[in-house]
Ligand binder design. Structure first.
Ligand code: HEM
Length: 123
């Protein structure tokens, strides 16, 4: 479901970071290989560690941990094959849902960086 956008309690966020991550590098931030859990939405990497109950191993939304799952968010799908950044062929309504999720994450989670093509990471 698409939960409310604005958080119940105000969330104070850090200044966004702009560390580059390849999708491959992002994968380790799954709460297992690395205790931090990052989720990317539309190429922006968010630190969701504070919600590890949900995104950590066995959590309802663990499928998104360490990934850019934009397609799954857009399609309201938890299928692992949809937890990918590819937005090709989404309809207008799905793009709107994806934008709403971007807003949801932006209001709750610190930005750690952005997804870059393979070969461009490592500052
Ligand atoms: C029976 C179906 C579902 C129920 C009852 C449900 C319920 C919920 C509830 C209660 C929340 C917390 C809302 C809040 O804190 O404001 C939530 C958050 C969320 N849901 Fe669902 N959901 C369902 C299906 C899905 C599906 C199919 C997706 C796939 C995109 C999804 C993705 C998410 C995400 C990403 C969050 C945000 C977690 C966070 O706070 O970071 N949900 N859901």
């Amino acid at each position: 479901m698409a939960p409310r956008f604005a958080p119940k309690e105000q969330v104070v966020l850090d200044t966004p970071k702009d560390t580059p991550f390849t999708l491959q590098e992002l994968r380790q931030y799954d709460g297992v290989q690395n205790p931090s859990i990052y989720v990317a939405v539309k190429g922006t990497v968010f630190d969701v560690t504070k919600n590890s109950k949900v995104y950590g191993p066995g959590g309802s939304y663990a499928v998104f941990a360490g990934k850019d799952g934009s397609r799954g968010l857009a399609k309201s799908s938890l299928k692992p094959e949809h937890a990918v950044p590819d937005t090709d062929g989404l309809d207008e309504g799905e793009f709107t849902v994806l934008d709403d999720w971007f807003s949801y994450f932006s209001q709750r989670y610190n930005i750690m960086g952005k997804i870059v093509p393979e070969g461009e990471a490592k500052i």
